[in-house]
Design a protein around this ligand. Structure first.
Ligand SMILES: [Zn+2]
Length: 306
């Protein structure tokens, strides 16, 4: 995923026991992420910052508010060097969080709020919400399918978020989890596939063609064995392609994996007899050459060496 797709803004509310007690999460780093919506259509992240910064008459808060323009952390989450602090976003007496995660959400989880409704562009806000959840899953190595409960899942008797805001955009919690998972797995974070073969050294490809393939081709031509001549011609083409060169020795964009059958043929027809012959006359150097050439061919086909 792109770790800097959106800026994460931080403007913390004042410490106060009913909103931001200033104590660290019991788990240190966040252990899961509760997906909320504000239940307050049209109110922005900025509106919620102001509300919670001055709230005195009840215990409530959350860490992060996301609308169509910003991702705003109003209580430290640990996404920066500021360690994650507790917020009051799930009632202590509900038990689904304890059963599922072994902790009260307030002690162990981030509360992440989707702002929606009114003038808030749902798609813009939703994309930021998805990205931020993926960012958190990436940072703390959590599987989105396991570690993003909705508030409704934790407190189904009282709560309908964030499913309710998602519904306003025609989506479900299942869609959200799938989108977070896709974001997490998106291209930038996916390791570049490693080639499963080693290109053939150019000098080896040319040596095999000169010593074995071309003479065999010439012999087939002289004997008027056209299919055989064509076969050796293709073998030479494949050897050059495995060494990433064309028939004029110009470099190709990339090497092409050698066919397993080409390796078998080259070893069976020429390299194995060369090895036996060298061994019989105790020519260790020639035997080693044949052996090394066979292994280079195997690597060029992605086969194990012997
Ligand atoms: Zn909630």
């Amino acid at each position: 995923m792109n770790l800097s797709k959106y800026p994460i803004e931080r403007r913390y509310i004042a410490k106060r026991s009913n909103t931001r007690p200033g104590t660290r999460l019991t788990t240190g780093a966040p252990a899961f992420f509760v997906a909320h919506d504000t239940g307050n259509p049209s109110a922005t992240a900025e509106n919620h910052y102001r509300y919670f910064n001055t709230l005195t008459n009840r215990s409530a808060s959350a860490h992060t508010f996301i609308d169509d323009r910003q991702i705003l952390e109003i209580i430290p989450t640990g996404t920066s060097s500021d360690p994650a602090e507790k917020a009051w976003h799930v009632l202590y007496n509900v038990t689904a969080d304890n059963e599922r995660f072994g902790y009260n959400a307030n002690d162990a989880a981030l509360g992440i709020e989707l702002c929606y409704g009114g003038n808030i562009n749902f798609q813009q806000a939703y994309q930021r919400f998805v990205w931020y959840l993926a960012f958190c899953c990436n940072k703390w190595n959590k599987d989105p399918r396991l570690f993003i409960p909705s508030h409704k899942q934790l407190d189904p008797a009282r709560k309908i978020d964030c499913d309710n805001a998602l519904k306003s955009g025609g989506l479900t919690l299942k869609d959200l989890i799938a989108d977070v998972t896709a974001e997490l797995n998106s291209i930038a974070n996916t390791p570049v596939p490693v080639a499963d073969f080693t290109p053939l050294p150019v000098d080896l490809a040319l040596a095999l063609i000169t010593e074995y393939v071309r003479p065999a081709w010439a012999k087939a031509r002289v004997a008027d064995k056209q299919p055989e001549a064509e076969h050796f011609h293709r073998l030479a083409v494949n050897l050059r392609a495995a060494a990433s060169i064309d028939d004029q020795l110009r470099p190709l964009p990339s090497a092409i994996k050698l066919h397993k059958s080409n390796v078998q043929e080259l070893v069976f027809r020429w390299l194995s007899p060369a090895w036996y012959q060298a061994t019989a006359v105790k020519d260790t150097e020639a035997a080693k050459l044949a052996h090394d050439r066979a292994n280079a061919l195997r690597l060029a086909a992605g086969l194990p060496i012997s």
